[in-house]
Design a protein around this ligand. Structure first.
Ligand code: GPW
Length: 820
């Protein structure tokens, strides 16, 4: 049925018609941006037919629904991805050619909807793609931030944040659905009324402010299956713009306050990754989208079901980290206060419906809200959490009589704070980590007490990525090559990549594989020249670290190693050295000083090294500005080496590591997160592993005994590099510019711990692993084989596999087929 819509001539006609209707222009007069809008509307038209069909099928089959609740959905551009999943990419490219436009240029007109920070938000986006491609009924629920993650500019080597006004020209793939608007209440107080008829107390929130949550729907297109699911993001509007009733009573002030509340609440995405800032507005955002989403889910359920006890059979709520944990209390509120269920019944329903995914063990990411703030903003929700806590403490006491220690460590409310992770664990039936090692650390360390109490709740779901975006769309040359060799089955069954293993020693296949890598490097080199003005050599090794900037991810160790290599080349100009291009891309949270200093250091080192003619271009350093989903696709395709060098135990999983692997880039990394499973799949001989193990790191953390100064004193290479941070080598003689970084490693004059992320401990083994990389790369056959095997062994890391495991072990969804 799709083919009709993409009859080329009809499609061209529809694009021209849209240009006329939208802009009163002929296609010849239209700008590229206007053509993007017109093409997107033509594509949306096709999608909407399938969206309606899918809806009809869901009404007929009544499948169980998963609501994936997430503060972040890092979707990336939709146009190209939708065309890929509609299997219409080539036809549309041809149609546009004939109209005199280049699809790539048209795609570049689309803003990246950046409603997420990094891995957590991108994972949510990959999950929606997989859920839909596998034919499961799913809603993504989130927030329609008016400003997504800031755009990054580099000025004088420093990061500058620029607002991301992604809705400026109107976003063609969204649909406003005012008929599903919901009221969300904040503040006020709770009135208790005794009802003699039922013998129950009723809890009524009064004196509150409210906002109207208005949903915008975005279609999620499944691959070649006509299924279209929905990402529902909530916008806030004042409940009535002009409250004459309040005005008359002299409550004009309150009407204005409600309007401001609505304006502020969805204004901007908090730019923190793996870090909790404890801001009141953030708590409002959380309750805002959760209340609206849960109200909607219950309303929808009630349209076709009469007994709320059946909710767990038909609905699953998955909490993407603790940010949506309000779900537990909001669902209890609706069941108890509005639906008049008994507490015990409501609790059984809630715990059977909710499930929680943990994405980090970093303590600074743990959400703990002061009870003063919480109870003021959400008085009824707070009461409900108090009652949940009271009963939970009784359960702990029953299991561990007299054990105050357990209460102290496990209580949901303690020390004047509401601990969201504890609420999420108590309020659900499943707690999962995102890679095997991470889940083991949760069980043995961070959540040990909870694991002891509820061993059956704990399970692992190793992350995955969608091959539709990160190979089929992002790397068309390699995608075609793979299809020529093993057929197109990999697009929906990535395990089939293992059929490529027979080509690992095939000279011709190796050459073709490396030739494609070369062409992708030329494409990236062109981008770098256009955006950075730096010329890079596509014959050099492209060594890439792209991810959010965070101390635990150790971009600092990478750049210190570059400084070390540069010193070696200067000292021994004659020594053999294979040319390397070190590529970085990273945004730092706006308030994260140390991270911003590291960006400045990378750019300062780049400045010196790139302009030193004496080293004959052996090293180039490139910091790619504004790393985001759209340029990521190009970067993964062009990478030779994947830098995954977090301090062991700190990176819960990583997902960039999988994108590099899929595109044929071997990993240099620590035994952390999903790296462990990557090495297991590809074999240790096809990766470059170094550094402390997670057990060693955890042992130092628990028992002390790490002294970075020893490395400084005993290793002249390390000492030289560190001294260059404070002797002006990379700062035009300014001794202070990188002093804080130096101090962070050695703690010469502060009481902070030094080198918290074990950079000096791992430095030399990192350098040795990098030498092994060079040695392997020099052997063309060996490298080609390694690169090819990385692609061939990447099958496990599809988000299709991850989602199937969530379905089998947590959600138990029914598959739906459209157009039977
Ligand atoms: F702190 N992750 C992220 F756990 O991107 F909430 N942002 C976050 O705020 C958090 C986690 C949070 C990442 C992890 O750092 C990464 O290791 C993991 O692959 C990714 O979430 C998806 O699970």
């Amino acid at each position: 049925m799709l083919d009709n819509h993409f009859k080329k001539e009809e499609f061209k006609k529809s694009v021209k018609e849209n240009v006329k209707m939208l802009y009163r222009k002929t296609i010849e007069e239209a700008t590229q941006e206007q053509v993007f809008q017109a093409v997107s509307l033509a594509v949306k038209d096709v999608i909407i037919d399938n969206w309606l069909l899918t809806q009809k099928q869901y009404e007929k089959d009544d499948p169980k629904i998963v609501y994936y609740l997430s503060m972040e959905f890092l979707m990336g551009r939709a146009l190209g991805n939708n065309l890929i999943n509609l299997c219409a990419y080539d036809e549309v490219k041809e149609a546009l050619d004939e109209l005199g436009f280049d699809l790539n240029v048209i795609e570049d007109q689309e803003p990246d909807p950046a409603l997420g920070n990094g891995g957590l938000g991108r994972l949510a986006a990959c999950f929606l793609d997989s859920l839909t491609t596998l034919g499961y009924c799913a809603y993504g629920c989130g927030i329609r931030y008016h400003y997504g993650l800031f755009k990054q500019k580099i000025e004088d080597g420093y990061q500058v944040e620029v607002p991301d006004n992604w809705l400026k020209n109107g976003y063609p793939f969204e649909l406003r659905r005012p008929e599903y608007a919901k009221e969300v209440k904040f503040g006020g107080y709770v009135k208790v009324e005794y009802d003699p008829a039922t013998g129950r107390n009723h809890f009524i929130q009064e004196g509150y402010q409210s906002v109207l949550a208005v949903p915008y729907d975005m279609p999620i297109v499944g691959y070649n299956n006509n299924v279209v699911n929905t990402l529902r993001i909530w916008d806030a509007e004042a409940i009535n713009d002009f409250r004459l009733d309040l005005f008359d009573k002299g409550e004009y002030h309150k009407a204005v306050e409600q309007e401001n509340l609505a304006k502020n609440i969805v204004e901007v995405l908090y730019p923190n990754d793996n870090h909790y800032a404890g801001k009141e507005l953030r708590l409002k955002q959380q309750y805002f989208f959760i209340s609206a989403s849960i109200q909607e889910a219950i309303e929808k359920f009630k349209k076709t079901h009469s007994d709320l006890h059946d909710l767990p059979k038909k609905v699953a709520f998955q909490l993407n980290d603790t940010h949506p944990t309000m779900t537990v209390a909001e669902l209890m509120r609706i069941l108890v206060d509005e639906e008049n269920l008994e507490w015990e019944d409501a609790w059984n329903i809630t715990t059977q419906t909710c499930a929680y995914t943990n994405h980090t063990i970093m303590s600074e990411a743990l959400e703990k809200w002061p009870i003063e703030l919480f109870s003021r903003l959400l008085p009824r929700i707070y009461q409900i959490i108090e009652e949940i806590n009271r009963r939970f403490l009784l359960e702990i006491q029953q299991k561990y009589p007299g054990n105050q220690e357990k209460i102290r460590k496990m209580a949901i409310i303690y020390d004047g704070q509401v601990k969201m992770a504890h609420l999420a664990i108590a309020g659900g039936h499943s707690v999962n980590g995102v890679a095997r090692l991470h889940t083991e650390i949760l069980k043995k360390q961070e959540l040990k007490d909870f694991y002891e109490m509820y061993p059956d709740k704990f399970n692992n779901k190793t992350n995955g990525i969608t091959q539709r975006r990160f190979l089929l769309h992002g790397n068309p040359l390699l995608a075609s090559w793979v299809t020529e060799h093993i057929g197109a089955g990999w697009i929906t069954d990535l395990s089939q990549l293992s059929k490529l293993k027979v080509y690992a020693d095939d000279k011709k296949a190796q050459q073709e594989f490396m030739n494609i890598k070369y062409q992708n490097k030329v494409r990236l080199a062109k981008y770098i020249l256009e955006h950075n003005g730096i010329e890079v050599n596509p014959n050099s090794i492209f060594d890439v670290q792209v991810k959010r900037l965070h101390e635990y991810k150790r971009q600092l160790m990478n750049i210190l190693h570059v400084m070390y290599l540069y010193n070696k080349i200067k000292e021994h100009p004659e020594m053999p050295f294979y040319p390397r291009t070190f590529i970085f891309g990273a945004k730092a949270a706006a308030g994260y000083r140390r991270a911003k200093q590291t960006i400045k250091l990378i750019n300062a080192v780049a400045d010196v090294i790139n302009n030193d003619k004496s080293i004959n271009g052996k090293i180039k350093v490139v910091f790619i500005e504004n790393y985001r989903v759209s340029n990521a696709e190009m970067i993964f395709a062009a990478a030779d080496v994947s830098e995954q060098i977090s301090t062991a135990s700190k990176e819960a999983s990583g997902t960039g590591n999988m994108k590099f692997m899929l595109n044929g880039a071997p990993t240099i990394g620590t035994m952390d997160g999903a790296n462990v499973e990557i090495v297991e799949e590809v074999g240790a001989e096809n990766a470059f592993i170094f550094g402390l193990s997670s057990d060693e790191v955890i042992n130092y953390e628990n028992n002390g005994g790490y002294d970075p100064m020893q490395y400084f004193n005993n290793d002249p290479d390390i000492r030289n590099v560190l001294m260059q941070l404070i002797n002006g080598t990379y700062s035009n003689g300014d001794f202070n510019m990188f002093r804080e970084i130096y101090d962070s490693l050695l703690n010469t004059n502060s009481s902070d711990k030094a080198d918290t992320y074990f950079i000096l401990a791992d430095f030399k083994s990192y350098a040795a692993a990098q030498e092994k990389v060079e040695e392997a790369y020099r052997d063309e056959e060996r490298w080609a084989k390694m690169a090819l095997l990385n692609t061939a062994c990447a099958g496990k890391f599809t988000s299709d596999r991850t989602i199937q495991q969530y379905v089998d072990e947590i959600w138990h969804l029914d598959k739906v087929v459209i157009g039977k």
